[in-house]
Design a protein around this ligand. Sequence first.
Ligand code: TXA
Ligand code: MG
Length: 538
Amino acid sequence: MKTRYFTIGSDRDEAQIEEAAAILRRGGLLAIPTETVYGLGANGLDEDAVRRIFEAKGRPQDNPLILHIPSADWLARYCEDVPETAYRLAAAFWPGPLTMILRRKPCVPLRTTGGLDTVGMRCPDHAVTRAIIARAGVPVAAPSANVSGRPSCTTAAHVRADMDGKIDGVVDGGGCAVGVESTIIDLSCTPPRLLRPGGLPLERLEAVLGEVALDKAVTQSLSDGEKPRAPGMKYRHYAPRAPVTVVTGTSAESARWLRAHVPDGAGLILFDECAPLFPDCVVRRIGSYRDKAAQARCVFDALRSFDDTDVAEIYAQCPDDAGLGLAVGNRLKKAAGFRTADACDGCRVVGFTGCTGAGKTTLLRAFAARGALIFDCDAYYYELLRTDEALRRDIDAAFPGVLRGGTLDRALLGRLVFGDRERLAALDAVVRRHLPRAVVRAIADSGAALVGVDAIKLFESGLSAICDTTVAVTAPEGVRVRRIMARDGITAQAALARVRAQKPQEAFVAACDLHFDNNFASRDEADAAARDFIGSII
Ligand code: TXA
Ligand code: MG
């Protein structure tokens, strides 16, 4: 079969919408964009059309399909005794990523509902798709458009990869805005039960419904013979070819765990902040650890993309359960067959950074006084340059000549990278490859529960990603100049030149979670302020 590809600009593109709707009316298969994932649609009242959906996907017959409708006005056509709550939810969240399970009317074939007396109903937030359904005049049964078991499709290219030649048409609606499937709420029982977390966060449902029960299949793998309420939740799903392990814990905890455990060449699904920490792995970023909407948009593409690589194993960082995190984590865990590693190490790592002369030492002293183990990363780096063969080899390869007769010429290396962006980047890359691993190993070996990481290049080195909290320390230029003169016994001019050669202090403040401005009249005042600051963060 030759698959037709439609690009329909808006819901006013009448001729194209009619052509797409005609495919549905005559019993054909049409992939449709929605805000969640692409669906593989057919007339949900036409048993033959529905049978073809199951065939094209290779989907088990007992796994029911969701009916897509253009508005809540259509609910009563296909559902018996629609409860008032359904209309309330529709008013609050439709069109949008919510599927409601309601009692089915006899006009909805059992083939569509996998033999169940209930049917899933959803009104997608995609104007073109709603226009096509309205024009077709039939409810559209649409599972996700992936081949059964594969990650869902969030672009038309994903659909092409799975369905080209097997279906009549694909409507290209661009990338899906939400990226994970709809949240499924069962309203045929009391209290309402969450069957699948999805694009509408549980908290928002609870705000309308009050109590919501959580189906076991949402968070756990079911044992043999156990039946989930959503039949689809029992199947292996979303899985790339290589086995997946989901690493739970905070972003910093999982970053430390991964840096300590994964071999070079592994496939990694990472928050953006952690990507620089793994230059020797095959990394897919899914957005900032703070940005769950980005994670939802990216997670399926990330899972899919490993099938074009030869990675032998995949590890994924996992968001917490709040908001969209529940859905993102659920998809990752399902892709992993619920194989997880708990990265919680009971250790709190705080990174301190700032320009020379800013007065980091004051804070570090206060932190050490609370029992923290302090890593001076510059000193540690120079020690590694003397002792770590792999690091020395990489430095020698990147900067031939700096390693002479076994000793590193630090002054020469300094001159080489000073003011030369490219060389500086090359040095940072070498440091990133070696320093964080060594620091993570040393932290683990120390058994310390509280660790301070002191590094001017906290971010460039990748070390920021293993820190639970980052602190920028600043001080006015004049104060820094005086401190450097006193510390290093140099002239004001030389100290000023050094201050001006560094990156602006605002960059540190912008990059860090917290800010300590070390600008006090006396040493005692500074110490007291540092003690208070440290007290407030631990
Ligand atoms: O966002 C979505 O919901 C996407 C887009 C295309 O709308 N569709 C989607 O469909 O994810 P599908 O078939 O891949 O997943 C539907 C899930 C399955 O786990 C199925 O078992 C469950 O919903 N389901 C459907 N009807 C049900 C019913 N009557 N009772 C319980 N679970 C049901
Ligand atoms: Mg699916």
